[in-house]
Design a protein around this ligand. Structure first.
Ligand code: ADP
Length: 470
């Protein structure tokens, strides 16, 4: 199997830096150098031109010099040549070199070659038809205002001089470049240390969580976004492991809860098929089978309900309805189960005065049914359950109070979780799926109302939910 090199952010950053370095280095060496060289040429040309113009204005145009008398200006020319660090040459219109600050006795005639350069204001990299030993930058100014001296003033600077100057500027540029690149490298390293290390920790932690949810927490001590992210991941991890625990519990509960009615049904059906059951007892067995299938149906319906609420948000059909009437209806529906345990419902207030509330009547009836059914399930025989309402301002508090087994303090916070059944209740209630209260909570949340419980083990429980008055 082919193994590909993993692209980590560190590698990407290094590659990015190297590419950036190489590209900038290439451009600095080519375009950068060219730009600096041209800048030095144009600066030199300007300097030479102003030095030449100054010479003309201050000396050559001051008197009517001839080709011979111009030599009296040699001292000025030499001084100007030293100041401007250039060679100054005067050429007559016939091409004869009249004066040259570097060759005092020159008799060269540059018309031996092509003298068209004299028509141009400046020429680069030029030897004046072999007159100059080294290629130079030459600036030419025509002598116009002197009737006796017709010719050209040429100021030249050697290429090597320009080169040295360009190199000087280029070195400054290169130093700046290396300085910027080193700063960038340091910045990238800091970026790596401050970002990728915690990122790596987070990645590894998240990977571990994806494999097993009860891993040790990710530890990032900083207070920045990474620290926050690590904390969030730890919370998610803890929630996941809690959820896994619930699921494990649920599956074991649910399989236990489904298995017992199925075993019963199978036993009775088998007995009847084998003819062991006397004909006069058959009806009793049929009824048991029927009640066991009812148990299975109830469990399945609750599971489906929970699943439906999970998938779609609860859709409420809000209207005004009488909560007292809803309580009475629920009590009537549960009268049969209550009677079996000789439990009585005490409704409060007892008088039949309507109390109108806002909500989805069917869903609220479902909540009442869940609470009152639980109260029956977890109450002792011959006890009573108080169901009623209290009003405060625009709120109605509906309560269901029993004197049953109660709920241990440490489990109170979890009974509204899905599939949760207290250890105490398990023996008493084989039918339960641990979904009734979580469904009730979801319904009350959808109404933007609350549902709460106060309970003491061995004394009883009181569930209270709120509604808005109509
Ligand atoms: P179920 O559908 O199994 O009754 P619920 O979600 O309604 O599940 O209740 C969850 C658990 O809360 C029950 O299994 C029981 O342990 C506890 N519980 C609920 N109501 C009461 C109550 N009135 N008295 C004691 N325990 C209760």
């Amino acid at each position: 199997m082919k193994k590909y090199m993993k692209t980590t952010l560190g590698r990407k950053l290094t590659a990015f830096y190297l590419i950036l370095f190489l590209i900038s280095f290439y451009f600095m060496q080519t375009l950068g150098y060219q730009y600096i060289y041209e800048m030095v040429v144009s600066e030199t040309q300007e300097n030479l031109h102003s030095a030449g113009t100054a010479l003309l204005d201050m000396h050559i145009y001051q008197q009517a010099y001839t080709e011979e008398s111009i030599l009296t200006l040699r001292t000025h020319f030499n001084m100007a040549s030293e100041t401007a660090q250039c060679r100054i040459i005067i050429i007559s219109h016939t091409g004869k070199v009249l004066m040259d600050t570097s060759e005092p006795n020159s008799t060269y005639n540059i018309y031996q070659g092509n003298a068209s350069f004299l028509q141009k204001s400046y020429v680069q990299n030029f030897t004046m038809n072999g007159y100059l030993k080294e290629p130079s930058l030459c600036v030419t100014i025509q002598l116009e205002k002197n009737p006796y001296l017709n010719g050209y003033l040429v100021l030249s600077k050697k290429n090597s001089f320009i080169q040295v100057r360009a190199d000087y500027y280029f070195n400054i540029l290169a130093t700046l470049f290396y300085l910027i690149m080193s700063t960038l490298a340091v910045a990238f390293i800091c970026l790596y240390i401050f970002n990728f290390r915690p990122l790596k920790k987070l990645r590894n932690g998240a990977k571990d969580f994806s494999i097993a949810h009860d891993n040790p927490p990710i530890i990032i001590k900083s207070n920045d976004e990474y620290g926050e992210l690590a904390q969030t991941l730890n919370i998610i991890g803890a929630e996941l492991s809690k959820f896994e625990e619930y699921q494990r519990k649920f599956i074991s509960n649910i399989s236990h809860d489904f298995r017992s009615p199925l075993t019963n049904i199978r036993g009775y059906v088998q007995a009847m098929a084998d003819g062991i059951v006397k004909p006069e007892e058959q009806e009793k067995y049929w009824n048991i089978i029927l009640s066991e299938t009812d148990r299975l149906t109830t469990m399945t319906t609750k599971l489906l309900d929970a699943n439906r609420f999970d998938r779609d948000n609860i859709f409420l059909n809000i209207s005004d309805f009488d909560i007292q009437e809803a309580i009475r209806n629920t009590a009537d529906a549960l009268q049969g189960s209550a009677d079996k345990k000789h439990i009585v419902f005490e409704l409060m207030p007892a008088r039949e005065k309507p109390l109108m509330v806002k909500g989805d009547p069917d869903k609220i009836q479902q909540v009442l049914y869940n609470l009152m059914e639980n109260a029956i399930k977890f109450s002792h025989e011959n006890s009573s359950i108080i169901v009623g309402t209290r009003t405060r301002n625009d709120k109605v508090f509906v309560f269901v109070k029993d004197t049953g087994i109660g709920i241990p303090k440490e489990e109170l916070s979890r009974i509204f979780d899905r599939f949760y059944k207290t250890d105490m209740s398990r023996g008493k209630d084989k039918l339960g799926t641990g979904l009734g209260l979580s469904i009730s909570k979801e319904i009350m949340d959808a109404h933007k109302q609350t549902i709460d419980v106060v309970s003491t083990v061995g004394v009883g429980s009181e569930f209270v939910f709120t509604l808005l008055r109509a």
